[in-house]
Design a protein around this ligand. Sequence first.
Ligand code: FPP
Length: 247
Amino acid sequence: MSDRHMICPPKHVAIIMDGNGRWAKARGLPRSMGHRKGVEAVRETVRAAGDLGISYLTLYAFSSENWSRPEAEVNDLMGLLKAFIRRDLAELHRENVRIRIIGDRTNLRGDIMPLLLEAEETTRNNTGITLLIAFNYGARDEMVRAMRRLAAEVAAGTMSPDDITPARVSASLDTSGIPDPDLILRTSGEERLSNFLLWQAAYSELMFLPELWPDFTRETLIHAIERFQRRERRFGGVTAPSLAVGS
Ligand code: FPP
């Protein structure tokens, strides 16, 4: 099939990119090489997702729990993310990609957050695919931050507890304004969400792929989407609604 604009692709695909370390280990290489190869897979995936007509692609780049990895690995991942933004921002901008960062933006030292915010600012008015980079992201942390903001409004008397609705909660999350993911992929055979988009995943289709992230290609994405298109989504009803909730 043609990989240019599939018929009815999922609007929002989110990916837990897992298996970089195992990819490297299987080749007797340091873990850092797995992450390096992982960045190449990121490049290919962003381009492929745009070509296929996906509107939103969320990549779990660094979780709020990843800080517990050895310092050298954390530094390596930061370096790779910075290099990705520095090297690829101009091209992503040219390709009309809009970058958005989700995760806790506070209390981060170094130049990583300013760089990510610059990428967000530079591409703010682009109209192509939105690339959401989950950085220093954890779903429970995101929900706690949202709850605190809502609680502060209630305490200030600008909102009543009854005003807190699912829509209001969604609008208070880092993904405010972004439709919930239709499809969440995780590579490397692990079958869990690991604190990723827990609220937004309420009706997402989950797919766990055996491929390690560095081996993920355009074809892997196309194959996953074809499988997604064969699934019947009912959103709690008995028949598939014509329009997905949150889309
Ligand atoms: C999981 O593999 C992967 C990560 C924790 C980081 C993913 C980051 C990248 C691919 C690079 C930077 C991102 C962007 C958006 C440019 P793992 O190390 O947990 O693998 P393992 O489970 O096999 O050890």
